[in-house]
Design a binder for this molecule. Structure first.
Ligand code: PHB
Length: 390
């Protein structure tokens, strides 16, 4: 071998060990606009992770590069991801609150040699769109199916479903319907409303007219869910004897102060409650509340982001900071740890998170504030939505 080649190889070998690199992680989320609290929660989860674990993996410095995507906008999502990869040189893409935004990025991953760690978007199919997707949030199949079992156990016979008409809403409807009818229940009507719906009174009238004992609903957390739960109360549905059933998106902690007494007793099923009683969650909540500023704003996207960082740090460790997306993803298949939400693992086949789903009831704390109180646990739930896709 020529001397010059040997010298070049020696420099390469050295650079792998002796010089620290900066590894950039591009995070896309709603940091402004009506869903800004959800983006703030992404950032609080990431800040909490860094506060507790440092901004270095081995010799490498970790830098987070944020991009704002205020509403579901797949074309803009793709443009932001391209810009992060090409101009910023990010080695990891993460975040993504809305399903259409995550879906739009999956075709870029293999060519860019970049893993995508989904910190919220909850439609089952996302992980099937690229082998380089890992998800640390939940799916609406995963959170909605247990509610159908709870409803049957509590003697609910007839249900009307009401969902936002896009990926996670359709999944939530299918999850509830499939499970509820398999357990002997009856679906009397199903409503799919545009994502932009903000006048829910006509829908509440349809719920009343349906003759159902309960309404099962899914909307993406934000002003949408706050408006829907308010409408349920203001239209006297509870008084009319129509129970409220939903995944926990509808009673996220940051909505509870505005709902007040009206939220009391609402039943939901979800992967995370800020009140979860564990040492890991205590440490997390303290750090995340410090990061977010206003403690009442802490909500579930923070834990998806915190655990997403856990996964990204493991990926960086396993690749020694080299850009090898497949090796990074392979390294977290089967990874198990104690999350603030409870025990979790990354399913090796689907790359989606396996976790407990909790039944919760909105309760009043001694200080007069409202919280989601965990009252039962469905342990180690995978994503039933993936089986349903086959
Ligand atoms: C989604 O678009 O996948 C989504 C957004 C907000 C949620 C749940 C799912 O609360």
């Amino acid at each position: 071998m020529k001397k010059s080649v040997l010298a070049a190889l020696a420099v390469l070998a050295l650079s792998g060990t002796a010089f620290a690199d900066t590894i950039k992680v591009g995070v896309v989320g709603p940091f402004s606009g009506p869903f800004a609290i959800q983006g703030k929660n992404f950032k609080a989860g990431i800040d909490a992770w860094i506060a507790l674990n440092g901004a270095k993996v081995g010799d490498d410095d970790i830098e987070i590069v944020y991009r704002d995507l205020p509403a579901a906008d797949p074309a803009q999502s793709k443009a932001l991801a391209q810009e992060l990869v090409v101009k910023e040189g990010v080695q990891y893409l993460a975040g993504f609150y809305f399903t259409p935004d995550a879906m739009a990025v999956t075709p870029l991953l293999e060519q860019a040699n970049v893993p995508l760690v989904v910190m919220n978007a909850a439609t089952s199919a996302i992980v099937t769109k690229s082998p380089l997707v890992v998800r640390t949030s939940f799916t609406t199949w995963q959170t909605s199916a247990p509610m159908a079992r709870v409803a049957r156990e509590r003697g609910v016979k007839k249900v009307i479903t009401v969902v936002s008409d896009y990926g996670p809403g359709v999944d939530s409807e299918n999850a509830f319907k499939t499970t509820f009818t398999a357990e002997g229940g009856e679906i009397v009507d199903s409503v799919r409303m545009p994502l932009s719906t903000n006048d829910f009174s006509p829908i509440m009238q349809r719920v009343k007219d349906s003759g159902a004992d309960a309404v099962f609903a899914f909307l993406p957390s934000g002003p949408t869910t706050l408006g829907f739960v308010k409408a349920y109360n203001e239209n006297g549905l509870a008084k009319a004897g129509v129970q409220f059933l939903a995944p926990g998106d509808l009673t996220q902690e940051s909505d509870l102060p505005a709902l007040g007494e009206a939220a009391s007793g609402l039943l939901t099923t979800f992967h995370y409650a800020v009140s979860h009683d564990s040492a890991e969650n205590k440490t997390f909540v303290e750090a995340a509340r410090k990061a977010i500023g206003n403690p009442a704003e802490l909500s579930f996207p923070s834990v998806g982001a915190y655990d997403g960082m856990h996964v990204i740090y493991k990926m960086i460790e396993a690749t020694g900071g080299e850009q090898d997306a497949q090796k990074a993803v392979d390294a977290v298949k089967g990874l198990a740890w104690e999350s603030p939400r409870g025990p979790v693992s990354i399913d090796a086949e689907s790359r989606h998170i396996t976790q407990n789903i909790y039944l919760r009831e909105v309760a009043k704390a001694e200080d007069g504030t409202f919280y989601n109180k965990e009252i039962a646990t469905f342990e180690k739930q995978g994503d039933p939505g993936l089986a349903a896709l086959k």
